[in-house]
Design a protein around this ligand. Structure first.
Ligand code: NAD
Length: 247
């Protein structure tokens, strides 16, 4: 391994937004650790198809697997410059059906969208600090949601977990600078496997959003690369929802 390439771990990067961010980072010269929950054929195929990537499996609901993931990535590459906390899932529950939003669902989404990203940052902190320089401070990018900013979303537990991730982003930006910058993106509706059945919501976006469409993953990666490459932005939350938050 040469000293030069910077290394990024993108969680949940075998499909959707995470895959698009991983592809964009490799194009920008990063070596990228791909990751997903299940050791999928898709993950291995993506890794084989993209240069300078290696695939790692970890269920981020499992505390021990989070530690193994960071250990394995660092053991393989010997450095870590960028952590993208993208892995997530949704549960569609009508907001007025309070009993349907069970404690299990609350715990699961909070664990996946808040506790797991937190722990990955904590475990990565020494490696990120070691890789950081004034020209290239290390970077954490959290993928939240427009549902974490506006009182909307697939379910209240989902929206609340993504709102908590935004607050954690700002708190960590205060805590970890100047070595580590911490930012978030809050996407609106993005066309990915997660939302392929959401036809009615997509219609809403086409009808009402100022940009008259849902996002493609590429719309998110433009912003992700900008936040990753900046030497100065920290504590920012960029809403990428075609203006839907204005309504
Ligand atoms: P996706 O279903 O295409 O990808 C989700 C990824 O997360 C997969 O790689 C999956 O393996 C991983 N993942 C899920 N649960 C995991 C677990 N327990 N352990 C490890 N990995 C796990 O979804 P996407 O639409 O690309 O979503 C990516 C992120 O963007 C999520 O955090 C999601 O909440 C967020 N988001 C998506 C949208 C949207 O409209 N698609 C909007 C706002 C925010």
């Amino acid at each position: 391994m040469t000293d030069n390439p910077r290394v990024a771990l993108v969680t949940g990067s075998t499909s959707g937004i995470g895959l698009a961010i991983a592809q964009r980072l490799t194009q920008a010269g990063y070596w990228v650790a791909l990751h997903s929950r299940a050791s999928s054929v898709a993950g291995l195929q993506e890794a084989a198809a993209m240069e300078n990537t290696k695939y790692f499996q970890a269920d981020l609901l499992d505390e021990g697997a989070r530690k193994d993931l960071i250990d394995s990535v660092y053991t393989h590459y010997g450095r870590l410059d960028v952590l993208v906390n993208n892995a997530g899932e949704s549960s569609v529950i009508p907001h007025d059906d309070l009993l349907a939003a069970t404690p299990d669902i609350w715990h699961r989404l909070y664990e996946l969208h808040v506790v797991a990203p937190w722990q990955l940052v904590a475990l990565s902190e020494p490696y990120l600090r070691a890789a950081s320089s004034a020209d290239h401070p290390a970077s954490v990018l959290n993928i939240s949601s427009h549902a974490g900013v506006r009182p909307k979303g697939a379910s209240i537990p989902y929206a609340a977990s993504k709102a908590a991730l935004i607050h954690v982003t700002r708190l960590l930006a205060k805590t970890l600078g100047p070595d580590i910058r911490v930012n978030a993106i809050a996407p609106g509706l993005v066309d990915t496997p997660l939302t392929e059945d959401w036809a009615a919501i997509r219609e809403q976006w086409i009808r009402d959003a100022p940009m008259r469409r849902s996002a493609s993953p590429k719309d998110i990666t433009d912003v992700a690369l900008m936040l990753t490459e900046s030497a100065y932005l920290t504590g920012e939350v960029i809403v990428v929802d075609g203006g839907m938050n204005l309504l």
